[in-house]
Design a protein around this ligand. Structure first.
Ligand SMILES: [Zn+2]
Length: 118
């Protein structure tokens, strides 16, 4: 893959990483605040635990993507970026345009979704 293209994806990855780091730390603060808020009645308690659950799930998703973004940046550094981690084939441009931190090419992603791939 041509270097300028990789630089472009790298820039998007770095931006995304900053964004996610920001979101993750904000979500953690919100979670702590939800813990500290004194709750009066059962309805309040229920909504507070719902909020916490929502924040927890959201922060898990963000963390997961953050991990993938960091892995992708690692591959940019190591020189393996743009290749599928499963089959070693070159990644489709449209795949990376949509998801710059993708680890699998379209074929392997499909296999993974069907449970045929680790
Ligand atoms: Zn593949």
């Amino acid at each position: 893959m041509d270097k300028r293209r990789i630089e472009l994806y790298k820039k998007r990855l770095v931006e995304r990483r900053e964004q996610l780091l920001d979101t993750v730390s904000k979500t953690e603060q919100d979670g702590r605040r939800a813990d500290e808020e004194p709750t009066q009645d059962t309805a309040d308690k229920a909504s507070s635990s719902y909020t916490k659950e929502f924040l927890f799930k959201k922060s898990n998703d963000d963390r997961f993507i953050l991990q993938l973004v960091q892995d992708a940046l690692q591959r940019v550094k190591a020189g393996g970026y743009g290749f599928c981690v499963a089959c070693g084939g070159e990644m489709q441009t449209k795949r990376l345009d949509a998801v710059p931190w993708a680890r699998h090419c379209i074929e392997c992603q499909e296999k993974q979704e069907m449970g045929l791939l680790e």
